[in-house]
Design a protein around this ligand. Structure first.
Ligand code: SF4
Length: 410
């Protein structure tokens, strides 16, 4: 099989992994048309480094042959898809060639499981080792870690990779048992734990060998099982706390050809994935707890409003908040005020009283914040508008469904 044919199969097979999510731009290409270029180059996706830079990555699988039969996965052993396998040398060559032509800044490499977890992990490590030691490759490398692999191999992966990730797959042990019977949450967490220990050792002993400087991440599939957003966010919160993950990625389940009956026929609404990312950001950066964002009775995040606005509407007793007196963390909880603007407001009030026009100058969403704030010249009585009415006035405008998506993609 030609290298380009393998690339087509193995880049397509890797697209379901969201942990280095690409942009949402529509697909365009110039084949048979005027112009040049394509927005969906084979295997090239965009990701963000911890310092906020956008980097292009070659995102491929080493192979899509797999011994496992995870029901939600297009590469499961019972799936009838074209199969291919790169050699280590082929992935190294593709990465080096693409890098030298300035197509990519790095590599995202995952794999189906072949022969054994250790054998597969060895192959992944060998790609990274050859790139670093033979080709002196200085670009970004993200390696997917096989949870059952020997911890020594995971430690070796961390010497060469910038980031390691182990997919938790689904939020509960029951769901993993049902949909990915060869996997176990216990083993996945052991692998995450061994990465965390190596990261801690490195932090305590800076002169020890390099280990995954961009930390570890994971991915959870949304909508393949019956778990609700509360279970998903609870699991994410536990993972952040226990394993110091840099990120949890949420991937909306995408129905696959000839999918088994154990998984749904339709994908969840894309907005659900988006709301989970918003809620996740509130957990990581705003000090929210999962239990504040969803009631103890469980359920999903609202789709029509963002999770911070939903929290504010459910907790009206905290508002209106005096921006000249409130603690900084509460200012950041006002809908329409982000972290950066909360910081600017705190800096401004050291010099003088914050006024209503200051917020407009900071480009805060005035429609959103007005019911929730007090400034030196704006002190509404406690807003008694029912939360439901406020919610309707602030909800995202409904969007027209796209009846002919294939025309848009053409
Ligand atoms: S281990 Fe499971 S999720 Fe990973 S490639 Fe194989 S079938 Fe897919």
């Amino acid at each position: 099989m030609e290298l380009t044919d393998k690339l087509e199969i193995l880049a397509d097979a890797a697209k379901y992994d969201a942990s280095c999510a690409s942009s949402g731009a529509p697909k365009r290409n110039s084949i048979g048309k005027d112009g040049f270029g394509a927005s969906s180059g084979m295997g090239i996706c965009h990701s963000y480094t911890p310092d906020g830079r956008c980097v292009s990555l070659l995102k491929v699988l080493l192979t899509n042959y797999c011994l496992y039969d995870c029901q939600y996965c297009v590469n499961r052993r019972t799936s009838n898809v074209p199969r291919a396998r790169f050699t280590v040398a082929e992935v190294v060559k593709l990465t080096a060639d693409f890098y030298l032509r300035n197509y990519i800044d790095g590599l995202f490499l995952s794999s189906g499981i072949i022969q054994s977890a250790d054998y597969t992990m060895e192959q992944l490590v060998q790609v990274a080792r050859e790139l670093r030691e033979v080709h002196q490759f200085r670009g970004y490398i993200h390696l997917k870690t096989i949870p059952d692999a020997d911890p020594a191999l995971i430690a070796a992966a961390g010497r060469y990779a910038d980031r390691l990730s182990v997919n938790i797959e689904l939020p509960t042990q029951d769901s993993v048992q049902k949909l990915a019977p060869e996997k176990s949450v216990h083993t996945i967490k052991l692998a995450m734990g061994s990465i965390r220990r190596k990261l801690d050792e490195k932090a305590e002993e800076p002169k020890s060998p390099r280990f995954a400087p961009a930390g570890q991440s994971t991915q959870m599939i949304v909508g393949a099982d019956a778990s609700d957003d509360q279970q998903i966010l609870d699991t994410a919160e536990t993972l952040y706390g226990s394993y110091k993950l840099k990120r949890v990625y949420y991937s909306a389940f995408s129905p696959i050809p000839q999918s088994p009956k154990s998984v749904p026929l339709a994908p969840p609404p894309m907005l659900r994935e988006h709301r989970l990312y918003q809620a996740d950001f509130l957990l990581r950066s705003y000090g929210f707890q999962a239990s504040e964002l969803l009631p103890a009775t469980g359920g999903n995040l609202a789709l029509d409003i963002d999770p911070k606005l939903a929290w504010a509407l459910a907790n009206r007793e905290h508002f209106p908040l005096d921006l000249n007196l409130a603690p900084p963390h509460m200012i950041a909880r006002v809908p329409g005020i982000g972290l950066r603007n909360a910081q600017r407001i705190v800096e401004l009030r050291r010099l003088r009283q914050v006024r209503y026009a200051d917020l407009s100058r900071l480009r805060c969403s005035m429609k959103k914040i007005s019911p929730f704030i007090i400034t030196a010249d704006y002190f509404p009585a406690r807003d008694t508008t029912p939360s439901e009415q406020l919610r309707r006035s602030m909800a995202d405008a409904p969007q027209q469904m796209n009846l002919w998506p294939e025309l848009q993609a053409a």
